[in-house]
Design a protein around this ligand. Structure first.
Ligand SMILES: [Zn+2]
Ligand SMILES: [Zn+2]
Length: 362
């Protein structure tokens, strides 16, 4: 193979299939054969234009694949060899600046947000900067995570949402044994946060959803560690939680998308001195039912969480390999490059109902 087929998002809702010549790999870089790339809200927002950067690029930032070429210095730096299966961290790290040394490589002074895989200009050589392509270029400052042997690459793409669930549901709030945890939102990140909390020893986990659309997802939640599921369109989650455990939550994790009422529910669900992690975006200034004074009276800790980091991704890959929770059986739609547009459209809410997990196998 001397060239790779890639999907370029040239403008909102406009994909163009292009063939890129495979780059010549030197001492410091590498090349990945993409086996699978997971899709999340970012992908469909890039597609519809909510998050389109205004230039052409190859999307796809939840990539799993096999290293087919790697320079000797890169192999040493990344700890990989040709033939290894790896997951690619979205962000790059110079490994030297103060942010990188502190583990905050998302704020790397050399790379930062500008060099995120799945968001780099298609004009920048070699063009293959995203997972919606047969091959992805591995730049020298890439971060690669080894995929445990035997873990299917399609299932392994859940490293991204499960990494988020671990960081948002456990690391950021400090969830520990016996905690009562409420997870708002039953998508793949919510299910992941529930599983992660249970794995960290949570004593009781509640997962909430809204209405018909979420019913099938709520039905899955018990297999991902939920002890109680609540449809907030029908039932008051505070009353439901009190009814089940006799008290409010130590930790509330809000991973809802475009659910303005979730913040009010999160604050109401938290016990005095409890922690609320806000990881879902509203896309709106409205927060119906949010009583700011409760933050004061309850002395809540409200923490924002945006991204994930390599330790959480590693823990996610280990948990996936242990197969404790049925990530392999999640309702999943797997498409080739020719099915990407249709998949992203359904994830954006037009057309058929979105799958819990969408994966591209280029
Ligand atoms: Zn993503
Ligand atoms: Zn750096």
């Amino acid at each position: 193979m001397t060239s790779a087929r890639a999907l370029v998002l040239t403008a909102p809702r406009t994909f163009e299939a292009r063939d890129y010549e495979l780059p010549v790999i030197g001492e410091d870089d590498g090349l990945l054969r993409v086996e699978a790339c997971g899709c999340c809200g970012t992908d469909h927002e890039q597609y519809t234009g909510e998050l389109h950067p205004g230039y052409a690029f190859v999307p796809g930032h939840e990539t799993v694949g096999t290293v087919v070429e790697v320079g000797p210095r890169a192999a040493e730096r990344w700890g990989v060899r040709r033939g290894d299966r790896v997951a690619v961290e979205v962000f790059q790290s110079c490994r030297e600046c103060p942010a990188c040394r502190a583990g905050e490589y998302r704020r790397c002074t050399r790379h930062g947000l500008a060099d995120m895989y799945g968001f780099v200009r298609a004009e920048r050589a070699p063009g293959l900067w995203g997972g919606f392509a047969q091959y992805q270029y591995l730049a020298p400052d890439s971060l690669l995570l080894p995929v445990p042997d035997g873990l299917d690459p399609v299932v392994a793409t859940a490293f991204n949402p499960l990494g988020a669930g671990i960081r948002w549901g456990v690391t950021v709030p400090g969830t520990g044994p016996g905690d009562v945890v409420a997870v708002l939102g039953p998508g793949i990140r919510g299910l992941s946060a529930a599983a992660a909390a249970k794995e960290a020893g949570a004593g009781f986990v509640m997962v909430t959803g809204y209405g018909e659309r979420d019913a099938p997802r709520l039905a899955l939640a018990p297999r991902f560690g939920a002890d109680l599921t609540v449809d907030v369109a029908r039932d008051d989650p505070v009353r439901a939680l009190r009814g089940a455990v006799g008290r409010l939550a130590d930790v509330v994790v809000d991973v809802t998308a475009k659910a303005p009422a979730a913040l009010g529910q999160a604050v109401a669900l938290a016990r005095a001195g409890g922690t609320v992690v806000v990881a879902g975006t509203r896309g709106s200034l409205d927060t119906p039912g949010f009583v700011p004074d409760l933050v004061v009276y309850k002395e809540l800790r409200i923490l924002g969480a945006l991204g994930v980091d390599a330790p959480a991704y590693r823990a996610a890959l280990d948990l996936l390999a242990r197969d404790t929770y049925p990530f392999a059986q999640l309702p999943r739609r797997v498409v080739g490059l020719d099915g990407v547009e249709d998949l992203l459209r359904s994830m954006a809410g037009d057309g058929e109902p979105p799958p819990v997990h969408g994966v591209v196998t280029p």
